[in-house]
Ligand binder design. Structure first.
Ligand code: ADP
Ligand code: MG
Length: 713
């Protein structure tokens, strides 16, 4: 095997025989039958067997090879726009050929453009010909050969326990379906007999597909259970607030002091989730909890209270945010809330981001290492490089979904495997020390749909804030077409004259940061000209940390009326005065992104509005999914409903951020349609681990391969 081909196979994850055998066809070609030319139908792909009766190179309208073939029933013209001398030779007059292609009718009779052609010799195949997903430098024919060889060579002993209930296959034909063995199922899927109903292969309802999907889901569930068992062995610090002995005037626990300082009372939902967290971190196994609550539901204060409990128990806490702007905002808020209380203990809140003056950074690192930094707020910088905590007890991750944590969220290891993939992994690795694992709380406004929770987050506890703080007026959302932009700007200018503050968000263009930036700058300038009396600010990701900070501070202080920004303000930003959000080219944004952007307003008591300015294509149309997204935004303010629709529109793969991380989730099973198989796997996995551990290991090794090896480590 050439080095190039080997590399190409590896790139597709095709290393072991079992990997090759699990690389299944995208579709099939039927080369089992020959059709008489007269019986072919327009628009259908057919295989004919015919003799060449004429060959010419035509020069107009463009140079092409034109070959006339005939069988007993009729004739057909083959056309090749790009051709080589060797083709001319193999298509010489008198040759008998097997030709496969799409038949086009037309004034000049039947034609095929660029058909596949080979000599008419040997028997016709008995099975359909598989077409595999492949890459540019891996020819289909070669891939077919290596997979066929692997299929002959590989042993496929059953790993399902003999006494396990068979997977529940849907009963598509009305007749009871027999259960297929893995061996049968795989051989069939690579080389199905021509009598199969192709639709059942395409939509994967065929029992052979069902068998595979059941296996895949079982492997996934087994690994989740194993990880949960592994976590139960880990030790975490017990974080309990101190209790003042009765009758003394010892100070109140820190979190109660904090509650006393807040300008508001917690909502019932906030109190409930605080209690759930407090119970969890008081136990000696690491908490692994997701805090979900709609944008503006008040997750930050819950994080602050959790941190106060940890600090009170004598441990350090870390709060990680996905952007510098958000980290900065958290830092300001938490400093305001906690520093006066921490000062009495000789401690403070520290601050760590990438773009930081070296001297300041050194001071912060020192405070983190000697424990005077009770709480460290920052970006990725917290988990990168040489940050040494004295006693880290609790990690809070804000806007968890932005960290690409995906399904690997549930993993925490002490060593750093070469392929540590997620920030949560890295966090835990960097932070674990002294044989103790920190507790972990992940916060998100993007709730996890139930099917995903069952599948990938089986290992995660969930707390939900299901009410907004009182006094909020609902945000009114309006869709406005781009051609009414001038009208919108006029109205905006009037609103600003009345003292309102607004955001104007410019979209990413083709994922290019440079363009993105020039676009925001241009918008900033044209808006400035259109509204000479308004004070404008500009915010984008290429600005220095200090500049961003200055702009945000001015906006929060009311010194800027209109903040023109890129999506850097997407998550978390909290400026309660701002009551207008305008999103330009809203059709380019994803649903949860739009919901996050809208969540930047409606944070104070003024009635807020969100304007989604959309542009249509040249035909005055929006794509269907864009239309669905914009309508969903106009119809509901409820983040949970938005997440549900998002899942419908996008599917779970993208929801999980799998596209970014490149990690395949489920290859075959589909959570939307295979619920019954998932339930089966969920029920079987724990029993299998208990009663047939060897089979369970073999099953995971087969399906998860190398990945599983290091998960076990
Ligand atoms: P998110 O859940 O989106 O992170 P934040 O934590 O940023 O929300 O809170 C949104 C705003 O609501 C902040 O200005 C915060 O101070 C305020 N807030 C939080 N809890 C309450 C409450 N119980 N009553 C009134 N205002 C609150
Ligand atoms: Mg937030």
């Amino acid at each position: 095997m050439s080095e190039v081909l080997k590399k190409a196979l590896e790139k597709l994850g095709l290393v072991r025989d079992i990997d090759l055998v699990l690389h299944l066809p995208l579709r099939y070609e039927d080369e089992t039958r020959i059709i008489a030319i007269a019986a072919t139908r327009e628009g259908q792909t057919s295989q004919i067997e015919a003799t060449v009766v004429d060959q010419q190179v035509q020069l107009s309208p463009r140079r092409q090879l034109v070959v006339q073939v005939e069988d007993a029933s009729g004739s057909c013209t083959l056309r090749f726009l790009n051709f080589y001398p060797y083709q001319q030779k193999s298509l010489a007059v008198g040759k008998r050929l097997r030709i496969r292609g799409e038949v086009r009718g037309g004034f000049w009779g039947r034609q095929m453009l660029h058909p596949q052609v080979k000599a008419a010799e040997g028997n016709l195949p008995a099975a359909l010909t598989p077409v595999y997903p492949t890459s540019r430098n891996l020819p289909q024919a070669y891939l077919r050969r290596v997979i066929a060889t692997a299929l002959q060579r590989v042993a496929l002993p059953e790993t399902l326990p003999p006494q396990a209930p068979p997977p529940p296959f849907p009963n598509t034909q009305g007749a009871p379906m027999r259960t297929w063995s893995l061996h049968e199922a795989l051989h069939f899927l690579h080389h199905p007999t021509p009598d199969v109903a192709l639709a059942t292969l395409e939509d994967k309802t065929h029992p052979a597909w069902q068998r595979l999907k059941a296996e895949e889901l079982l492997a996934q569930q087994l690994s989740q259970y194993k990880l949960r068992q592994a976590r139960a062995q880990l030790v975490a610090p017990v974080l309990k607030p101190h209790t003042a002995p009765a009758g003394t005037d010892a100070p109140l626990p820190l979190h109660e002091q904090l509650l006393g300082r807040l300008p508001f009372a917690l909502t019932a939902a906030q109190r409930r989730v605080c209690e759930e967290i407090a119970l969890d971190i008081a136990r000696p196994t690491p908490m692994h909890r997701l805090l979900q609550g709609d944008v503006g539901s008040g997750k930050t204060v819950v994080a602050a209270i959790s941190a106060a409990i940890g600090i009170d128990a004598g441990w350090q806490c870390a709060l990680m945010a996905p952007t510098e702007i958000l980290a900065e905002q958290h830092f300001r808020k938490l400093t305001e809330w906690l520093n006066p209380l921490l000062a009495e203990r000789g401690q403070s809140v520290a601050w760590l981001v990438g773009a930081q003056k070296k001297k300041q950074r050194q001071q912060m690192l020192q405070a983190i290492a000697d424990g005077t930094a009770a709480l460290v707020v920052g970006t990725h910088a917290i988990i990168q490089e040489h940050v040494q905590f004295a006693r880290l007890g609790l990690v809070l991750i804000d806007e968890q979904h932005r960290f690409g944590v995906a399904q690997r969220l549930s993993l925490r290891r002490h060593d750093t495997p070469a392929d540590a993939q997620t920030d949560a992994d890295n966090a835990a690795t960097a932070l674990a020390g002294a044989g103790m694992e920190p507790h972990m709380l992940m916060m998100t406004a993007t709730p996890i749909p139930r099917t995903l929770a069952m599948t990938y987050y089986a290992d995660l506890s969930v707390s939900t804030i299901d009410e907004l703080p009182p006094g909020r007026t609902p945000i009114v959302t309006r869709l406005i077409a781009e051609h009414r932009r001038d009208e919108l700007i006029e109205r905006l200018a009037r609103q600003i004259a009345q003292g309102r503050q607004a955001y104007w968000v410019c979209p990413l263009i083709e994922e290019s940061e440079a363009l993105d930036l020039s676009n925001a700058t241009a918008t900033y300038e044209t808006l400035g000209e259109a509204m000479p009396h308004a004070r404008l600010g500009l915010l984008h990701s290429r600005m220095s940390g200090a500049d961003k900070q200055a702009v945000m501070t001015a906006f929060a202080a009311g010194d800027i009326d209109l903040l023109v920004a890129t999506t850097v303000i997407e998550v978390g930003v909290d400026v309660p005065n701002a009551s207008l959000m305008i999103v330009e080219h809203a059709e380019r944004f994803g649903l949860s992104q739009l919901h996050q952007l809208r969540g930047r307003v409606g944070r104070g008591s003024t009635a807020s509005a969100c304007i989604l300015l959309y542009a249509t294509n040249d035909h005055g149309k929006l794509s269907d999914t864009a239309k669905e997204r914009l309508q969903a935004m106009a119809q509901t303010n409820d983040g949970f409903e938005i997440a549900r629709r998002d899942l419908e529109i996008r599917g779970p793969g993208e929801f999980m951020g799998a596209r970014q991380s490149g990690a395949a989730l489920l290859r075959f099973a589909d959570l939307a349609t295979d619920q019954n198989l998932l339930e089966w796997a969920r029920a079987l996995a724990p029993r299998m681990l208990q009663h047939d551990p060897a089979l369970a290991e073999a099953h995971m090794a087969r399906w998860l391969g190398g990945k599983w090896d290091y998960l076990k480590a």
